[in-house]
Design a protein around this ligand. Structure first.
Ligand SMILES: [Zn+2]
Ligand SMILES: [Zn+2]
Length: 388
C-alpha cells in the first residue's frame, strides 16, 4: 500500500516552488495569462493528463481518465489576484505593480496541482475520472459560469465537485466544513438620484439630491429588518455615496452603490423588486427622479450533506478530529456555486490563522506554505474515498 502521507511530504519543495512562482506573477480576472501558461506547463508535464487551455479566455481543464467506468469528480482552483500593492516584504513578493495574491489563490492553485500530480500516480486505485479546473476571475465578474457554458461539466459529465480556500478565520492547520448553505448569494447595485441643483441658502427653490440619497440609504436598511424573513441571513450594504462639490451648493446628483447578500435563492431573485418601491417612494416624496441598476452576482453556495459526510471521513485520515471544525457560514460569495448547482458539491476551508496574521484581501496577507500539504492531501484522500 502506497503511503499517501509520504507521497505528499515528498512534494513539499515542489509545492513551495509552485506557490512562490505563482505568487510573483499575480494577474487580474480573465487576464491570468502568465498564470495560465505556468499551470498549463505543469499539467502538460504529466503525460496522463488531457489538458485544454483557453477556456473562457484563461481557464484550464486537465482530465485524468482511469479507463475504468465510474463517476467524474471535479477539483477546482481559482487563478485571479487583486489590485492591491503588496506589503508582505517576502522574497518572492509580487513583481507586478499594484497586483497581489492577497486572497491566497496562489495557494489554492498549488494544492490542486500537487493533487493532480499525486492522483495521476494513484490512478490504479480508483475508477472514473477526475477533472482539474483552473478558473479565472473568481473575485469578479466570475469565470465559473462561462467555463460551464463552454461545456466543462460534460464529456465526461461531472457528478461531484470540490474546492478549498485558505481561511485565516480558522486556526492554522485546521480544516473547516459544514453542510448546507456555506456562502451567500451576491449582487451589486447602483442608484443615481437626480434633483435640481442650486444655492445652498435657497433650498425651497431646489430638489436636494444629496438629502434624498441620505433618506434612501436609511430607508433601504428597512428592507432586511422589515421586509425579509428574519430567519434567513440577508444584508444590504451601501458601500459608496458620491454627491456635491461645494459647501454652499445643493447638489443636483447623488450616486449610491452597494451590495446585497442572502442565503436564499428566492430572496436573491426578489431583492430588486423589493428595493425599488422604497427608492421610488423616497424620491417621489422629495420630487427627485432616480435610475436603479441591479446586477445579480453569484447564487448561494450550498454543500451537499452526503458529500460533507464523505469529506469528514476523508479529513480524519489527514488530521485528528480536533483539527476538523465547523466554521460559521460567511456572507462572502463564491462562483463555485454555479458548479455546485449542476453537481454534488463540497467546499471546505483550510485554516491559516495565527496571532497577528493579516486577513484576506489585505496587503500583508501571507500563510505558512506547509499548510498546503494538508489541503492537497485532503483532495487526494477524498478522491480515493469517493471513487476508490
Ligand atoms: Zn477574495
Ligand atoms: Zn479567494
Amino acid at each position: 500500500m502506497t503511503d499517501i502521507k509520504a507521497m505528499i511530504a515528498e512534494e513539499k519543495n515542489k509545492l513551495s516552488s509552485i506557490r512562490q512562482s505563482l505568487h510573483k506573477i499575480p494577474e487580474p480576472g480573465f487576464k491570468e495569462i502568465k498564470t495560465s501558461e505556468f499551470i498549463a506547463a505543469e499539467l502538460e508535464a504529466i503525460p496522463e493528463l488531457d489538458v485544454t487551455t483557453g477556456i473562457a479566455q484563461t481557464g484550464i481543464i486537465a482530465l485524468l481518465k482511469t479507463g475504468r467506468p465510474g463517476k467524474t469528480l471535479l477539483i477546482r482552483a481559482d487563478m485571479d489576484a487583486l489590485p492591491i500593492a503588496e506589503e508582505t516584504g517576502l522574497a518572492f513578493a509580487s513583481t507586478h505593480d499594484h497586483m497581489m495574491h492577497a486572497c491566497g489563490h496562489d495557494g489554492n492553485m498549488a494544492m490542486a496541482l500537487i493533487a493532480a500530480r499525486i492522483l495521476t500516480r494513484l490512478k490504479d486505485r480508483f475508477s472514473g475520472n477526475i477533472k482539474f479546473m483552473f478558473q479565472p476571475a473568481e473575485e469578479g465578474p466570475g469565470g465559473a459560469k462561462p467555463m460551464i457554458e463552454a461545456g466543462i461539466l460534460e464529456s465526461p459529465h461531472v457528478d461531484y465537485s470540490i474546492a478549498c480556500h485558505l481561511w485565516p478565520g480558522l486556526p492554522v492547520g485546521t480544516l473547516g466544513l459544514k453542510s448546507g448553505v456555506f456562502m451567500a448569494a451576491t449582487a451589486i447595485f447602483e442608484i443615481e438620484i437626480t434633483g435640481k441643483g442650486g444655492h445652498g441658502a435657497m433650498p425651497h427653490l431646489c430638489v436636494d439630491a444629496l438629502d434624498t440619497a441620505g433618506q434612501v440609504v436609511n430607508a433601504l436598511q428597512r428592507v432586511v429588518s422589515r421586509k425579509l424573513n428574519p430567519l434567513i441571513p440577508s444584508l444590504i450594504t451601501i458601500g459608496s455615496f458620491h454627491s456635491g462639490a461645494a459647501h454652499n451648493a445643493i447638489p443636483e446628483k447623488a450616486v449610491l452603490t452597494g451590495t446585497t447578500r442572502t442565503y436564499d435563492k428566492k430572496i436573491w431573485e426578489a431583492y430588486p423588486a423589493i428595493m425599488e418601491p422604497i427608492i421610488k417612494g423616497v424620491c417621489d416624496s422629495m420630487g427627485a427622479s432616480y435610475q436603479f441598476k441591479y446586477t445579480h452576482g453569484y447564487p448561494p453556495l450550498e454543500n451537499d450533506p452526503g458529500m460533507v459526510d464523505i469529506m469528514k471521513k476523508s479529513m480524519l485520515r489527514v488530521v485528528p478530529q480536533e483539527r476538523i471544525m465547523e466554521p460559521e457560514s460567511t456572507m462572502g460569495g463564491e462562483d463555485m456555486a454555479y458548479v455546485f448547482e449542476k453537481s454534488k458539491g463540497c467546499y471546505f476551508f483550510l485554516g491559516s490563522g495565527f496571532d497577528g496574521c493579516a486577513p484576506l484581501h489585505n496587503s500583508k496577507f501571507d500563510f505558512d506554505e506547509s499548510l498546503l500539504l494538508t489541503g492537497a492531501e485532503t483532495f487526494v484522500r477524498f478522491a480515493l474515498d469517493l471513487l476508490g
